[in-house]
Design a protein around this ligand. Sequence first.
Ligand code: F6P
Length: 533
Amino acid sequence: MDYAMWEELRRIAATPPKITDLFEKDAGRAEGFSTRLGDMLFDYSKTQITDSTRDFLLSMAEAADVTGKRDAMFSGARINETEDRAVLHTLLRNLEGAPDGVDANEYAQVQRIRADMTGFVTAVRDGGFTGQGGAITDVINIGIGGSDLGPAMAVLALAPFHDGPRVHFVSNVDGADLADTLNGLNPETTLVIVASKTFTTIETMTNARSAFDWMKARVADPAAQFAAVSTAEDKTGAFGIAPERVFGFEDWVGGRYSMWGPIGLSLMIAIGPDEFTRFLDGGFAMDRHFQTAPLAQNMPVMLALVGIWHNQGCGHATRAVLPYDNRLSRLPAYLQQLEMESNGKSVAMDGSNLPVQSGPVVWGEPGTNGQHAFYQLIHQGTRTIPCEFMVAKAGHEPAFAHHHALLVANCLAQSEALMVGRSVDDARALMAAKGLEGAELERQARHRVFAGNRPSTTLVYPQLTPFVLGQIIALYEHRVFVEGVMLGINSFDQWGVELGKELANALTPILAGQENDESKDPSTRMLLAYLRG
Ligand code: F6P
């Protein structure tokens, strides 16, 4: 990417317009600065993006060859250059046939594994597969990162579609996670899924061994109640899990992009194979849109360009994801891995230092809860935090329909308040109406001023169904891809997580007193001394 374009973007952003002025000048702004896919609507009109800014952002996307790189990804090119791998998670949700460039055998293998998953899941759900004590009542997915966050987020999101055994997730190596989950479960009717792409991740393997021991105390053949999801079938065999309960996948599926395949086993158990297929269909519909819609109407592209504008142009270092959908409460955590593990890089694909900022800090909580926690800072803090709202037209609780109306009203009110703000004159009038005057009126009024002109986007969708969730997740995946291409980085490796893992491995024998701490810095030595007692 031409460095001059980033300079120009910052120059444009240096004199931001007032969003309310943009609406005054353009009666068609709401329609003109939003994009639709079927019933899904993405509104970015409450940002400072103008026609000419959008044109410039689109020219940046073209200069970065977003469409060429997109096509390369879908056709199986080895775009993950630092690991020399293809990036083909889109194949996992493609039920239509091998795309150009992808080996038909590879495609057939994906279908075979999904058929195996379906067979196993059906047996778990209808009692064809049992534990020592009878039908499976509880399933524990043991995994971390991409082997946990996706299915955990989706199982919660799709609670109204659950009709299988209860599904639990254990990820943290803190024994509290496993202990609290096992508490009250019957090992004789529990199935454990060990989900790990590599089958070496220390947290997952520690939890898996402890869960095995827990089961062994009551079950004669605990391995028979274990299944595995992994690319490392030699290691699953060594753990003792029979091959018919091992669901493999290829190294072209990155951990944080893996919930569409075998890593989604726990989700499939919760909602059943048919609804799982609808989830895949939603992702695939977004893929087709991403591949075919012109860039200016392309939802993932426009979501990415809004992100680039705020992060690189305006210099806003964070973005808040604010789903007004309680069942999406794990979505911010899921997106933290998806976005920050993908685009948290400071070296470009060619090894040179990135001349711009890496991807932003992503955080959030569902509304309306966040309103009573951190929105104060969003409205009146000194920094601007672009907000990404999302809300469904309909909830799943007809008995509480009035709750949904309140939820929607609050979501819309927040984006309006951020944009419109409250002037000091209006604040003075409010204080005068309360009977204040003079210096006290002025002082109190100033605390009630909202600067406004704070940007937000809103994604609205009909209802949180498996299909819609699939659309939302694929939307964010492609957004991350487009931002990564424009930054010129590799969004599909994660070398930044390795150093901490290596040092943790080195610290374990020191903590156990088997090695001395001489190689450690004084701070670490002091902490070790305290923790070892
Ligand atoms: O530590 C980061 C990471 O490698 C993620 O990328 C991955 O999703 C997670 O660990 C879990 O890895 P695995 O599935 O191999 O256990």
